[in-house]
Structure formats: structure tokens, C-alpha cells
Design a protein around this ligand. Structure first.
Ligand SMILES: CC(=O)[C@@H](O)[C@H](O)COP(=O)(O)O
Ligand SMILES: NCC(=O)COP(=O)(O)O
Length: 238
């Protein structure tokens, strides 16, 4: 079964726009779980443009599905993970000023750094996933870091999907089979939506988890959050 983890970054974007507490990030997370989300994902960025570090602390107390915290493993991020001990930490190589995530790790260049980070996170009892591009050269070095999973960066797939879905999925199937051979768990995320999700799942049926935020929250403006989460869940029931 492929789990749907709902990324609620953009709920915090809307809340921060007016400076109050509406929408309430904790309430939305609990409602999302009640509506069928099998995980909650947040990405506290250093400038706290959306999810704040305090949000993470508050959410950790109440989330009952899998809590997945994404981010660059600087000291503040590592201290946060050690404090809240989420089910999963997803390491992303984003610089502080990045408008959004735009690449996976160079696990060749950063293998030793990542190996130490993974070991430290394992001490907190947290599963580790490493954000990765669909390039086979990065997968054995990723395995050598000791990470439990990798998360396929799916923006290139989403961009290419409308013009040629068979070509778009090809590198992802190749590296997914390699990950499986290496004994790596497999997540996927970024720019997944109601158009491209089903084909990804059909092509890689052994995906452990997809984390979806931007498109899902946008869809919820039209279909409602409960209906939207159910619509995304149905895309994964192939
Ligand atoms: C790592 C990734 O691809 C996304 O989870 C990321 O959290 C998106 O961040 P923004 O919501 O800040 O665009
Ligand atoms: N790891 C991907 C994620 O959590 C959400 O990415 P997006 O759906 O907001 O692009």
C-alpha cells in the first residue's frame, strides 16, 4: 500500500498572510487525518515563511498518523528532530533562500555528511529519507549513508508528464527498481497532483509513501479538503 502524507505547508502560508491563527494548522492536520490522510508532512524553512518551528512542536503532540518533517539538516533542524522525534525526517538539500525544493542530494559528494546525519537521527529513533533525483549514480551512495528510504524528486516527472508520460516515468521506474534491489524504502514527492499521481503509482506499485501539498491544497479550494483527500487516496488504490 502506498501511503498519502499530506503536506500542510500552504495552510501555514494562508495563516501567516493575516498574522492570526486562521486557518489553524493543528486543526487542519487533525481534520486531514480524520479525512483519510495517512501522514502529515511539514517543511519548516529557516525563514519560517509558512510552517514555523513552533508549529512542528505543536503538531508533534497531536498527530497520530506518521509525522514527516522535511528540511535541510542544519543545527536548528537537527535540534527540532531530536526534540519532537517524528516518525520520519526527510533530508532536503535546499539552501535557505530557495523558493521551493528544486533538486535532490548529490549523495556522492555529501555521502560522509549524510552518513553522520543519518546516524544521529537514528539515535532519536527517527526513520530517515533522503530527497534524491532519479539518477542511478546517486542510489548506491545513498544506501551507503545508512538511510532507510529515499524520496524521488518528482518535479521533472510532473513537468514532462503532459507531453509524454511514458518518457516522463522511464527514469523513475529505472531508479525505483534499483532502490528496491538495494533494499531502500521508496517515497516520492513534489508537484504530484490529480493528473499525474495514478500513472506514477501504476508504474511504481511498490511506492511506500507519496507526500503531496501544493496541488492538493489548491484542489481543496474547489473540492473541499475531505473530498480532495479522498480523491487523492483513490488515485493510489490501483
Ligand atoms: C521537499 C519538497 O519537495 C516539498 O516537500 C517541499 O516541502 C515544498 O516546499 P514548499 O511548500 O516551501 O514549496
Ligand atoms: N516531499 C514533497 C512534499 O511534501 C510536497 O510537495 P508539493 O506537493 O507541495 O510539491
Amino acid at each position: 500500500m502506498t501511503k498519502l502524507s499530506v503536506n500542510i505547508n500552504k495552510i501555514a502560508t494562508l495563516r501567516n498572510a493575516r498574522g492570526g491563527n486562521n486557518p489553524n494548522v493543528v486543526k487542519v492536520a487533525l481534520d486531514a487525518e480524520r479525512f483519510g490522510a495517512q501522514g502529515i508532512t511539514v517543511h519548516p524553512r529557516p525563514d519560517e515563511r509558512h510552517i514555523r518551528y513552533q508549529d512542528v512542536i505543536d503538531l508533534a503532540k497531536v498527530v497520530t498518523t506518521e509525522f514527516n518533517i522535511e528540511g535541510y539538516p542544519d543545527q536548528r533542524f537537527m535540534d527540532l528532530i531530536r526534540l519532537v522525534r517524528p516518525a520520519q525526517a526527510t533530508l532536503v538539500p535546499d539552501p535557505p533562500q530557495a523558493i521551493t525544493s528544486s533538486s535532490g542530494w548529490d549523495t556522492i559528494k555529501h555521502q560522509l555528511l549524510l552518513r553522520d546525519i543519518v546516524a544521529e537521527l537514528h539515535e532519536s529513533g527517527t526513520r530517515v529519507s533522503i530527497f534524491i533525483n532519479p539518477e542511478s549514480k546517486y542510489f548506491e551512495p545513498a544506501k551507503n549513508t545508512g538511510t532507510d528510504r529515499v524520496e524521488l524528486y518528482t518535479e521533472p516527472y510532473a513537468t514532462a508528464y503532459p507531453s509524454n508520460k511514458e518518457e516522463a516515468i522511464r527514469p523513475y521506474v529505472e531508479v525505483a527498481l534499483l532502490a528496491k534491489e538495494l533494499g531502500l524504502g521508496l517515497n516520492a514527492g513534489h508537484d504530484l497532483d490529480l493528473h499525474n499521481l495514478k500513472f506514477l503509482k501504476e508504474s511504481i506499485p511498490f511506492l511506500d509513501e507519496v507526500s503531496i501539498g501544493h496541488a492538493l491544497i489548491c484542489d481543496a479550494l474547489y473540492f473541499g479538503l475531505e473530498n480532495t483527500i479522498q480523491m487523492y487516496r483513490r488515485q493510489l488504490e490501483v
